[in-house]
Design a binder for this molecule. Structure first.
Ligand SMILES: NC(=O)c1ccc[n+]([C@@H]2O[C@H](COP(=O)([O-])OP(=O)(O)OC[C@H]3O[C@@H](n4cnc5c(N)ncnc54)[C@H](OP(=O)(O)O)[C@@H]3O)[C@@H](O)[C@H]2O)c1
Length: 223
């Protein structure tokens, strides 16, 4: 299987890389500017591509495979931490920055790579967050992150509808609350647990409704 993963140099992205390499798949690991954890992996099945999803790009000539069985849009940012996204403090700049990476990023990547995914009749997995679920929002705040991840759920659903006739399945994922840099190493589960769960959901994508939003433990997330 040919697997492409964005934001793959650390955190969950790196966990996805390790998971699919262990299974013997070919992995194209995209990193923004720093190879970080990818530099320590010795595998002839690992291919690295510099890709900043915050900017428009042309995938031709970057080294992506002609056929992609699984595309994981993992790259993301939280934006200002803690009270930095309160009603008092959130800024237009922060709202737009997070939206650009977390919502437009996956859209850019799918626009550029959809032909290769269609060729393989593959799967696209977009990493959102339960924080993008309106029903789950009981604590308010986090304006930029919640809005961007909510928008990604809707964008991902449109991708699912548009690409289904072409044989491509699209799923939106919630990784759980995971111990990574994004959560400042807090969290309820580790990367391996989250990745094991999400890859199991991906492997069983047929069992879910079109464009479903699913957590790492297989539970459908209402949005
Ligand atoms: N951790 C959680 O509890 C949790 C919960 C819900 C959803 N998620 C989502 O899961 C995904 C992975 O999160 P994580 O916890 O692994 O976060 P992380 O440790 O902060 O890693 C984020 C990754 O995204 C990359 N990235 C950021 N901006 C980028 C850009 N403009 N272009 C390309 N890559 C970029 C980072 O690259 P650099 O190293 O270059 O910055 C890094 O590889 C994110 O979409 C996040 O929103 C995480």
């Amino acid at each position: 299987m040919n697997v492409v993963i964005t934001g793959a140099n650390r955190g969950l992205g790196l966990g996805f890389v390790q998971h699919y390499l262990t299974l013997g798949h070919e992995v194209w690991a995209c990193y923004r500017s720093d190879l970080a954890g990818l530099a320590t992996i010795q595998s002839d099945k690992l291919h690295t591509i510099a890709l900043d999803v915050s900017q428009d790009f042309d995938a031709d000539g970057l080294g992506f495979p002609n056929s992609i069985d699984l595309l994981i849009n993992n790259a993301g940012i939280y934006g200002p931490y803690k009270n930095g996204q309160s009603l008092d403090k959130i800024t237009s700049e922060a709202m737009l920055d997070v939206f650009n990476v977390d919502c437009l990023g996956p859209l850019r990547v799918v626009q550029q790579l959809r032909k290769q995914v269609i060729k393989a009749k593959g799967t696209i997995a977009n990493l959102s967050s339960k924080m993008g679920s309106s029903e789950d929002n009981t604590s308010g705040g986090a304006y930029a992150y919640r809005a961007a991840k909510a928008a990604l759920v809707i964008v991902s659903k449109s991708m699912a509808v548009d690409l289904e006739p072409l044989g491509v399945e699209v799923i939106t994922l919630h990784p759980g609350w995971v111990t990574t840099d994004m959560t400042h190493q807090t969290g309820l589960i580790d990367v391996a647990t989250s990745v094991a769960g999400m890859t199991n959901v991906i492997a069983n994508v047929d069992q879910y409704d079109l464009g479903a939003f699913v957590a790492f433990d297989g539970q459908v997330v209402p949005f």
